[in-house]
Design a protein around this ligand. Structure first.
Ligand SMILES: [Zn+2]
Length: 366
């Protein structure tokens, strides 16, 4: 009784606001797990230096031997030192059910929180470096080039219909995070499990590696290859773009966002209307030539010159001119001169560049 009281006390004093207000349990006693298979003795990870050297440590041997330990979130999750130090990464050994440190661990002993962005997107939820490419066998940490939320789960012993197998897979895999969908390939011992968050998929991959479902099998859990279905490809692309856009916009000054879209319009060959182009040339050109090496001051931007030359010179689209246009578009937005954003509207194809250099159009103007 007094022990639980002490636990509660500890929990309430050490945490801010976490759901599980208890210190993490030590999943194994030191020496309890047979050394030859214990993943925590893996040579690449040094828990004292908080470092991984080469995250890929699976091999054929470990992949065919049943894991001796399994994480049980309800029983094992809890507070660790990471909750006070602010370390956002999960304990790999906790995921595998064999962290002997419990509340003394420097890593989180809880599921990754999909709402929390990791400090470094090139790492997985266990702070292991991702790689540019997947390994040939789709094992290991995975790639930073593609967000993968789907696990390939092989070597399932099917004892029922497809839906029954799906129920079994769901029961075992939902422990590691919210599942978006499960697809079972009946008679092929394979299921694909898609989590809502990539972080949960990362965690589940470690938690279920070499574990069993209901029939004492030894699962083979890997990253799924990209879904070849074109519809889901498009949907996934859109989902990622949306996520990226929201993340960026949340951090950016709205005026810059506006400027960026104007610049994008320029880059894609959609020109701003003629007035803007005139402004750009007039005010930008002298500075380009005069003090090209110095950083330009936006303060110099004055009102647009009154006289409008209807005919832009033919060299206008040299790369230098385009650069200055882009820059000017941005500056205008920043200094607020652009009033409402000029709606980029398509204009007839630009006059073919005549190969006029910087000097040429400087002289034709002055
Ligand atoms: Zn741990």
């Amino acid at each position: 009784m007094s022990a639980t009281e002490a636990e509660t006390q500890f929990a309430t004093t050490t945490t801010k606001k976490t759901k599980k207000l208890k210190p993490a349990r030590k999943q194994v006693k030191p020496g309890e797990v047979e050394k030859k298979e214990a993943p925590q003795t893996g040579k690449e990870y040094n828990i004292w230096y908080n470092k991984w050297a080469g995250g890929d440590r699976e091999d054929n041997y470990s992949n065919k031997t049943k894991s001796q330990t399994r994480c049980n979130i309800k029983r094992d999750a809890g507070l660790t030192r990471a909750n006070t130090t602010g370390n956002k990464y999960c304990c790999l050994f906790f995921a595998r059910g064999c962290c002997p440190y419990g509340w003394e661990c420097e890593y989180l002993h809880m599921l990754p929180d999909p709402e929390t962005a990791l400090p470094d997107t090139s790492k997985d939820c266990f702070a292991r470096d991702k790689f540019a490419d997947y390994r040939d066998d789709m094992g290991g940490v995975g790639s930073f080039q593609r967000q993968n939320r789907t696990l390939y789960v092989g070597r399932i012993k099917e004892t029922g219909t497809g839906p029954e197998t799906e129920e079994v897979v769901r029961r075992h895999f939902k422990e590691w995070g919210e599942i978006e969908k499960i697809r079972v390939l009946q008679y092929r011992s394979v299921a694909f499990v898609t989590y809502k968050s990539e972080l949960n998929a990362q965690f589940a991959k470690e938690a279920m590696a070499c574990q069993s479902l209901d029939n004492d099998e030894i699962l083979n859990v890997r990253w799924a290859t990209e879904d070849p279905n074109p519809t889901s490809k498009v949907a996934e692309k859109r989902r990622l773009e949306e996520m990226g856009r929201e993340a960026i916009q949340a951090k950016m000054d709205p005026r810059i966002v506006e400027a960026m879209s104007a610049i994008r319009a320029l880059e894609e060959g959609v020109e701003l209307d003629q007035d803007d182009m005139e402004d750009g040339r007039e005010s930008k050109r002298p500075r380009l030539i005069g003090d090209a090496s110095q950083s330009p001051e936006p303060a110099e931007q004055s009102s647009p010159p009154p006289q409008e030359q209807p005919q832009p010179s033919s060299g206008i689209l040299s790369s230098d001119a385009l650069e200055s246009l882009k820059y000017f578009a941005e500056v205008r937005k920043k200094t607020g001169l652009g009033s409402a954003a000029p709606p980029p509207k398509p204009v007839a194809a630009p006059p073919p560049p005549q190969g006029l250099g910087l000097g040429d159009y400087a002289s034709d103007d002055e």
